[in-house]
Design a protein. Structure first.
Lengths: 143, 412
């Protein structure tokens, strides 16, 4: 498994190939369309993060000291963002997820589009992923 | 006055030649805010370059010039909506503040426990929440005029909804999420038969057709400057003079007082009683310039053109499979709200954005409307007289592409 930094660098490199917002959008949509489906048992309110314009269902679980995320959204674009986040964060140790700065979001020029659509719940989603990590991290320290 | 010609008109609006991601900007978010003609932008710059001073207190040259420019706008607004007196025009931040002002003054004074406030099912949150706050404070009840599946109010319900306890009707003139033009004159006359005053939310209507508050017989009428070619941060509340005179002040401070001692303060006369503090001088002056622009426009030509645009867009979009228009009232203005089967509105809106086409997506601050139509949100293209049919063609072409990209492929 690559480190988070390595994965982030790869994403930034990929995005550097794109010419502008239109190509980035198309790529994120493509990622969203390929995101593996979330088990229906997690598509319930308990796992829902409600945004103003789209909702996200997020489930995380811990296996051997690492956290794994699965998620879905009613927006394909948000699913694409989920795919990027899962790529970076899923399978990483809880402590590292907790400290992740996720600088790639700025570097690939996504922040401005996310800021507009506060809406799309990406920041709530990151917060929720970190909450999972916080719980897992505390849990492992107690053991 | 020149006959309306959209190509000439567009030259008045510098922003319309902007590019978005290198593509010509197509601006269809006019219901959120209108673009500004250069004269309005110049008025703002000129004010700060040449006239800036606080008003109504300085004995000096600049203050007098700024005061005069500011005071002239009240008369321009009066004429623009045909109020009977300048005193009936209160400058506020916008429609939202105007409604809050009425709730906080007229409402607090006249509405009590068990009284009713009547709004409609298609109100903007700005014409719901101030009344809910008041109801909570006073133990009053908020009642709602329902609408049909086309987005038209069910007027036959009015007879039972206007009761002895109804103390105020607050109603949107043109819906920002459906485009419906409500028959406010008729509703006002029904309310008046029972002695109930009516506030009209004119945030959308003021840009689409000339307003005559005396003909409507509205008791209050609220609108925002930024939706009618003026700057943000300024709007107006019209109120009938006898009502305004009886209302307590809104906020305390400078300008709104007549005399202040520690024992007792007396208030200034209407409208100053409601304008505490240094007003938004620059934006009021530029709003005056925006009104001059309207007055120099071939208004019937502009209204007709806008109607033609809406009709053209409606017929074009109806030909796209999977599109459902939300809001199909017989009388509509300026707004085309729709959903696409299997496609998230935000995804489609963002696709259009990549092509330089600006639309609005989501609930448009009318969550109850979305609930009523059973949709999570819509895409909304809203038009102004400076839009063109070519721009609508561009929207439709890219909408087709968005659907192709985003709609789940059904297996053959």
């Amino acid at each position: 498994m690559n480190t988070m930094q390595e994965i982030e660098d790869e994403i930034v490199e990929d995005f550097n190939l794109f010419d502008g917002w239109e190509e980035k959008y198309q790529y994120i949509i493509e990622l969203g369309q390929k995101l593996p489906a979330l088990d229906v048992k997690y598509k319930v309110d308990e796992y829902k993060i409600k945004g103003c314009q789209s909702s996200v269902w997020l489930h995380g679980e811990e296996r051997e000291g690492k956290l794994f995320f699965m998620a879905d959204s009613d927006s394909t674009f948000v699913k694409g963002e989920i795919a990027l986040l899962i790529n970076v964060l899923s399978g990483q140790p809880a402590d590292e997820i907790l400290n992740a700065k996720l600088e790639f979001i700025d570097k690939i020029g996504l922040r401005q589009h996310i800021a507009v659509t506060r809406a799309n719940g990406l920041s709530s989603m990151i917060k929720q992923m970190k909450t999972y990590a916080f719980a897992a991290s505390n849990h492992s320290k107690q053991i | 006055m020149a006959t309306f010609n959209v190509n000439d008109i567009r030259n008045d609006f510098p922003i319309l030649s902007e590019k978005a991601y290198g593509k010509p900007l197509v601006y269809f978010d006019n219901a959120a805010t209108s673009q500004k003609p250069k004269v309005v932008i110049d008025a703002l710059v000129n004010y700060y370059m040449h006239d800036n001073a606080n008003i109504h207190r300085g004995v000096h040259f600049l203050s007098q010039r700024a005061s005069e420019a500011f005071d002239n706008v009240r008369e321009k607004v009066r004429a623009f909506i045909n109020a009977s007196s300048e005193k009936e025009i209160i400058f506020v931040k916008g429609t939202t503040e105007a409604i809050n002002l009425v709730a906080a003054t007229y409402g607090r004074k006249n509405i009590g426990k068990g009284d009713e406030i009547l709004i409609s099912a298609m109100e903007h949150h700005s014409n719901i929440v101030p009344w809910q706050l008041l109801c909570e404070e006073k133990g009053a009840v908020l009642k709602v005029i329902p609408m049909n599946d086309k987005g038209e109010l069910l007027l036959d319900k009015l007879n039972t909804l206007l009761t002895e306890r109804t103390k105020l009707v607050s109603l949107v003139h043109v819906s920002n999420s459906l485009g419906t033009i409500n028959p406010v004159k008729h509703i006002i006359s029904l309310a008046h038969q029972k002695g109930i005053p009516v506030l009209i939310d004119g945030a959308q209507s003021t840009a689409h057709a000339p307003i005559d508050v005396q003909d409507l017989d509205a008791d209050f009428f609220a609108f925002s400057g930024h939706k009618i070619l003026g700057p943000t941060g300024v709007g107006c509340l019209y109120g009938k003079l006898p009502l305004l005179e009886e209302m307590p002040p809104y906020q305390g401070g400078g300008e709104m007082i007549s005399s202040v001692t520690f024992e007792k303060t007396t208030y200034n006369e209407v409208p100053y009683k409601f304008e505490a503090g240094t007003p938004n001088i620059a934006d009021v002056i530029a709003l005056g310039t925006a009104i001059d622009y309207w007055n120099n426009l071939d208004r019937p030509g502009a209204v007709a053109w806008e109607e033609e645009l809406l009709e053209y867009a409606t017929s074009k979009i109806s030909a796209i499979p999977g599109v459902r228009i939300i809001g199909t009232a017989e009388k509509k203005a300026g707004v085309l709200s729709f959903v696409i089967e299997g496609v998230n509105a935000m995804d489609a809106g963002m696709y259009l954005d990549t092509k330089g086409v600006a639309v609005r997506t989501g609930q448009h601050c009318t969550e109850p409307v979305m609930l009523r139509f059973g949709v999570p949100g819509t895409l909304r293209a809203s038009f102004m007289f400076y839009n063109t049919k070519e721009e609508i063609d561009c929207l439709m072409e890219n909408l087709g592409k968005a659907i192709q990209l985003l709609q789940p492929q059904t297996a053959l």
